[in-house]
Design a binder for this molecule. Structure first.
Ligand SMILES: [Zn+2]
Length: 157
């Protein structure tokens, strides 16, 4: 039994039991992040447990980053024109691994009302990181992102 929290996320996605699943791509599952202080924040989780990005083949590294960029495009489309200041002004791509040693990317939209637009989000208080969206709003957003991502994902060959 694995104790890696991201392996558990993958297990739930594979069984169709993750309530915030955004997409199942070739290399990664995409879920709406627990932190929605930046609405639309997604996490791409490599489908298998690998601790270091450089342990993947170069092709897999490239394709994984391609998947990250695809998710960013879906986020930008969903939020295009939303809010007073329009869609996200910036997307942060972060592959850190400091908390969980399983390759994953954070795709973090930084919206026009971002309180610290020139800094990384990690210094924010936990409540601000988590955001105020209800569970229902989180599920609805995950579904909107999933629909958008599906339009961008090439059909299987
Ligand atoms: Zn893992």
């Amino acid at each position: 039994m694995t104790t890696c929290p991201l392996c558990l996320v993958c297990d739930r996605c594979e069984r169709g039991e993750h309530p915030l699943l955004v997409g199942a791509l070739r290399h990664a599952f995409v879920v709406l992040g627990d932190n929605q202080g930046c609405p639309g924040w997604c996490v791409l989780v490599l489908r298998r447990h690998v601790e270091h990005l450089d342990e993947l083949s170069l092709d897999a590294q490239r394709e994984l980053f391609g998947e990250a960029a695809l998710v960013a495009r879906a986020v930008r489309r969903v939020f295009a024109g939303a809010g007073a200041g329009g869609g996200p002004v910036r997307i942060n791509y972060e592959c850190l691994g400091n908390q969980v040693g399983h390759v994953h990317w954070h795709i973090i939209p930084r919206h026009a009302d971002d309180p610290t637009p020139r800094e990384a989000v990690w210094g924010w208080p936990a409540a601000r990181l988590r955001g105020e969206m209800s569970e229902g709003e989180r599920r609805a957003l995950a579904q909107r992102l999933a629909l958008e991502l599906r339009t961008l994902t090439p059909p299987p060959a």
